[in-house]
Design a protein around this ligand. Sequence first.
Ligand SMILES: NC(=O)C1=CN([C@@H]2O[C@H](COP(=O)(O)OP(=O)(O)OC[C@H]3O[C@@H](n4cnc5c(N)ncnc54)[C@H](O)[C@@H]3O)[C@@H](O)[C@H]2O)C=CC1
Ligand SMILES: O=C(O)C1=N[C@H](C(=O)O)C[C@H](O)C1
Length: 240
Amino acid sequence: MNIIILGYGKMGKIIGEIAETRGHSILAKIDENNRETLNDLDLSKVDVAIEFSQPEAAVTNITWCLENGIPIVSGTTGWLEHKPNIEKLAIEKGTPFFYASNFSIGVNVFFKVNQYLAKLMGETAGYQVEIEEIHHTAKKDAPSGTAITLAEGILEAQSGLKGWYLSGEAPENGQKLPIISKRIDPAPGTHIIRYQSEIDDIEISHTAHSRQGFALGAVLVAEWIPGKSGVLNMNDFLSF
Ligand SMILES: NC(=O)C1=CN([C@@H]2O[C@H](COP(=O)(O)OP(=O)(O)OC[C@H]3O[C@@H](n4cnc5c(N)ncnc54)[C@H](O)[C@@H]3O)[C@@H](O)[C@H]2O)C=CC1
Ligand SMILES: O=C(O)C1=N[C@H](C(=O)O)C[C@H](O)C1
C-alpha cells in the first residue's frame, strides 16, 4: 500500500517504521515545515493517509484528504468540536474517514470494560466516580481524547451525571464527572477510572508502556480502510 503520513512527529515516525516493516511504502512524511511538498505528489498513487498532527492542524489535513478523495485515518486529539462538519464532508465526498481517540487494542478492550463497570455502578448507590489521565509534558491538549471517550462511556450509563469537567478548571459539582489531567514525563498514556465510597474503592486502569500499540493500531486500520465508505471508528474495525 502507498501511504502518506500527515504529522511526522513522535507518532508519525513510529507509524512509518511499522508500516515499512509490514511492506508498505511511505510516499510523503509531512510536518509543519514541508507541507508544500504535497503539491508535488501524484495523488492518484496514494491509497491512504494517516494523520497524527496537532489539534490546530487536524481539520485542514483531514479536509484536504477528503477533498482529494484520499481515505483518511486520524488519531489527532483536541479538535473534536469540528468533527460533525468533517463527518458531513466525508459523506458528501464519499471518502472514508476513520477517527479514534485511541488506536491501541488494549485501550479499546478497556473502553468496553469501562462501559460494563459504569452500567453496574449506575445501579449501585454511594460511589463517586472520577477519571485520571497521565501523559508526557509535550502533550498539547487536556483532557486526553481517550479520557473524553471514557467519560462518554460513563455518562451514557449513568443518567445522574450531567457532563464532565476538567478538574481544577470548574467548581466541583456532584452532578458532573471530574477528569484529572497530570503531565509527567515520559508517560506515553495512563488512564484510571476510580469509584470511591466510604466503604471501599473500585479502580480500573490502563497503562501504555510505549507508543507502539497506538501506532500498530493505526497501521492495521489503514490496511483495512481502502474500499470502505463513510464515517468509521474502532467499533467498525474490531470484532468485539
Ligand atoms: N489516537 C491515538 O491512538 C493517539 C493519538 N495521539 C495524538 O496524535 C497527535 C500527535 O501526537 P505526537 O506524535 O505525540 O505529537 P508530536 O508533537 O510529536 O507530532 C506532531 C507533528 O505534527 C506536525 N504538524 C504540525 N502542524 C502540521 C500540519 N499543518 N500538517 C502536518 N503536520 C503538522 C508537527 O511538525 C509534528 O511533527 C496528538 O494530537 C496526540 O494527542 C497520540 C498518540 C496516540
Ligand atoms: O498525546 C498523546 O501522547 C496521546 N494522546 C491520545 C489521547 O489524547 O488520548 C492517546 C494516547 O493516550 C496518547
